[in-house]
Design a binder for this molecule. Structure first.
Ligand SMILES: O=C(O)CCC(=O)C(=O)O
Ligand SMILES: [Fe+2]
Length: 239
């Protein structure tokens, strides 16, 4: 019998090394080209210096990448589909990739950006079940583009937090005055773990794993590729 993701990863998450070198290289190259630089350090410095002058360059770079043909190619690439099939234990033809996303997190002292981007405790199901193309059995694959430690803001997860099922989520606005940046928030898990990664590794969690954004206390930007994956047969069963 093939083991399901949760049977292999009873805590509800894992760190995975896979055939992601091309994807990481393409992402880094695209990002560096946007600001005409050659290294993570230069890239971070450029975006942070610009943001200090109130420029919207960091958000623009993130949008440009998400709207690029390179990003679309990454999200439909053979390596992403094969990796997804291996996690879902399904055939590659049955892999459904949904809600591809890219986030660029500045250090936490950029308060406005923090309010716009930080995600407090939630389950992915809390956001995405109602949008379709996923189920409680879906998984989230989060791939930092550079090494990502706790102080860089690595993803924070609750071990075994999926075992209580779908949690109640409350809607709140991060910017309460202007009623902007809506979130759905659940209660914190009993304990938590920080999923630090090296370049080329991904954080994988289930749709019921409670998780939140880490806090970027460093002086660099955290860049993350995200996509949600499902087995088409599971989606058909859950219609
Ligand atoms: O990387 C993060 O800060 C959290 C991302 C996340 O949980 C999401 O996009 O649903
Ligand atoms: Fe999430």
């Amino acid at each position: 019998m093939k083991m399901t993701y949760l049977e292999n990863n009873p805590k509800g998450y894992s760190i995975e090394k896979w055939d992601s070198a091309d994807i990481i290289n393409t992402s880094q190259q695209f990002l560096f080209d946007q600001v005409a630089c050659y290294s993570e350090q230069q890239f971070s410095k450029k975006l942070i210096d610009e943001r200090k002058q109130n420029s919207k360059l960091p958000a623009l770079v993130a949008d440009n990448f998400m709207n690029s043909s390179e990003f679309a190619k990454i999200m439909s690439s053979e390596s992403v589909v094969e990796f997804s099939a291996s996690l879902l234990k399904c055939a590659t033809k049955d892999v459904v990739i949904a809600f591809p996303h890219f986030r660029l997190d500045l250090p936490t002292h950029f308060t406005e950006d923090q309010v716009r981007l930080n995600l407090p405790w939630h389950q992915e199901a809390g956001y995405f079940l109602e949008k379709g193309n996923c189920s409680v059995n879906s998984l989230v694959v989060s791939t930092p583009v550079f090494n990502c430690t706790e102080s860089d803001g690595a993803l924070v997860v609750g071990p075994f937090s999926h075992t209580d099922g779908l949690a109640e989520h409350k809607s709140v606005f991060m910017d309460q005055i202007n009623k902007r940046h809506k979130r759905v928030i659940c209660s914190a898990p009993k304990t938590y773990e920080v999923l630090e990664t090296l370049e080329g590794q991904s954080q994988v969690i289930t749709f019921l794993t409670k998780h939140r954004s880490g806090i970027n206390k460093n002086s660099g930007v955290r860049c993350t590729l995200l996509f949600r994956i499902s087995d088409k047969n599971d989606l058909l069963h859950n219609l």
